[in-house]
Design a protein around this ligand. Sequence first.
Ligand code: 5GP
Length: 190
Amino acid sequence: MQLLEEYITKYGEALSEHVLKVDAFLNHQIDPELMMALGKDFCEQFKDKNIDKIITIETSGIAPALMCGYIMEVPVVFIKKSTSRILQDDCYQSEVHSFTKNIDYTIHCSKNYVKKGERVLFIDDFMANGDACLATLNIIHQAEASVEGIGIVIEKAFQGGRKKLEDLGYSVYSQARIQSLKKGSITFLK
Ligand code: 5GP
């Protein structure tokens, strides 16, 4: 997506060969106009899938997912990373290894908000090794809902996430695909 690539080129920082910082428009400060453009693009991509619900993971998937949900007129559920006493009982859980923090943690989703037979679109801000996505798909399967699409804002194509998902039979749509972050330079896979 041309506009997103322009934002990444202008405001993104390659912190290392593996980590891209996009705090200026997605992970800290959020650009609403860009988020709406991302939401429209996801909507266009998945418009024939009869989506009932969008699922994302807190925090940075929420903004693009919400815009897409607004346009598609479907609810948006965000999977929680933190435990709460209220949430503990009636929820699905799955384990994730965090790429950025190098720790394992448990994600949770209330059984009230993902139901058997629902057609779900998963949206997230980044895909690196695909672990956050796989853990969310696990929750969707536990609920006996169906995964109708996977939409990623920024895919680091030099990491293994896409392959893991494709090997399991899923297709992944990414709005920007980073080819390399080597030597502080951000290049895209077209
Ligand atoms: P994965 O589970 O695919 O390895 O990593 C995906 C999650 O890690 C994303 O939801 C995102 O929060 C975080 N992440 C992975 N790589 C990056 C990166 O290069 N930059 C930022 N800002 N977040 C990342």
